[in-house]
Design a binder for this molecule. Structure first.
Ligand code: GSH
Length: 317
């Protein structure tokens, strides 16, 4: 939403009106009356949508500003809804407004509503961080390991990442980034046309279902957490995985061709899912040979390394 028209007369009995313009061209106007204006700690005003097809009910908003630890805590209550559905519809709208407020006033993101939980070494956590960075969203990274109470409170399988935006809790990287894509402004993480969007989804799904298993679980993690005799990596497990990894890299090599993007003409979720995994592969004992055999994948990764979203999510930094 953008705000093409706004007027306000902030004193008791004064009125305000705000018109919001959606990306699809829909306009919505809300208006109301200030009931209390107590600078600097309290603001109370009515809120009523205008125009046909809008809920014809006057609700009440109370905002309080309290000093806390040298900063200001803002609390907002919107009450008087006739039903739960209407109340919940407003929650997502206000979350999005408060996120914008945070971006404006809190450049470090310490107060951000958006919280990402996980370990920065996880490829899926890095993918999510890259998506948030590509959209220019402030967020708090709360370091948490899989199967801990913090993660399990959001993710029933205890995996990372887990995500919160206000009262919304989400798990699964793809679902999180699709929400981020729709709920926030900023460059799109999805290609502009239907076919490329479907291709993007195809790669995301394949990476989730097949590539993470071969490239990370069966190959990379065999080196990181060796399960063979004498605490050494199990060569037979690695060799079996390597065969699949090489085959999968060949598939991506063909898909990239001369381009640096898997779907469409720009970076998309598909690239954000693959890059953190390939970056790990590159540093493995067989990595050099694997990537020499897939030069397009190596070139696309080199291009990805130029992006701030990739650099700033480096698990080593
Ligand atoms: N499909 C999930 C995958 C999540 C996942 O497997 N995360 C790994 C880290 S990269 C994890 O939490 N592993 C620990 C475990 O399985 O307990 C997503 O897209 O978020």
């Amino acid at each position: 939403m953008t705000i093409p028209e706004v007027s306000a007369d902030p004193r008791p009995g004064g009125r305000f009106s705000v018109t919001m313009l959606a990306r699809d061209g829909d306009r919505h106007t809300a208006a109301g009356e200030y009931r209390e204006v107590k600078r600097p700690e309290r603001l109370v005003y009515t809120w009523q949508w205008q125009g046909e097809g809008m809920p014809n009910v006057e609700t009440l908003i109370t905002v309080s500003f309290t000093e806390r630890d040298g900063a200001t805590e803002l609390r907002m209550t919107h009450s008087g809804f006739p039903d739960v559905g209407l109340r919940d519809a407003h929650t997502s709208g206000w979350n999005s407004s408060l996120n914008k407020l945070v971006e404006r006033f809190d450049a470090r993101g310490s107060a951000a509503n958006v919280v990402l939980l996980g370990d920065p070494r996880s490829t899926f956590v890095r993918t999510t961080r890259m998506g948030l960075a590509e959209k220019g969203i402030q967020y708090t990274l709360q370091k948490a390991m899989p199967q801990t109470p913090e993660i399990l409170a959001i993710h029933p399988w205890g995996k990372m990442p887990a995500f919160r935006d206000g009262d919304l809790k989400l798990f699964e990287t793809s679902a999180i980034l699709r929400y981020v894509e729709e709920a926030f402004p900023g460059p799109s993480l999805l290609p502009g046309n239907i076919r490329d969007r479907a291709r993007c989804e195809q790669w995301v799904s394949a990476i989730n279902a097949y590539c993470y298993d071969a490239m990370v679980r069966r190959y990379l993690l065999q080196y990181v957490f060796p399960k063979g005799a004498d605490g050494k990596p199990d060569r037979s497990v690695i060799d079996a995985a390597l065969k699949d990894v090489a085959q999968q890299l060949a598939i991506f090599d063909a898909a990239y061709g001369e381009k640096n993007f898997l779907a469409g003409a720009n970076v998309s979720l598909a690239d954000l899912f693959l890059a953190p995994i390939v970056a790990y592969l590159e540093g493995m004992p067989e990595g050099k040979a694997l990537l020499q055999a897939a030069p397009n994948v190596a070139r696309a990764l080199a291009a990805m390394r130029e992006r701030a979203s990739f650099r700033d999510s480096d698990p080593a930094s």
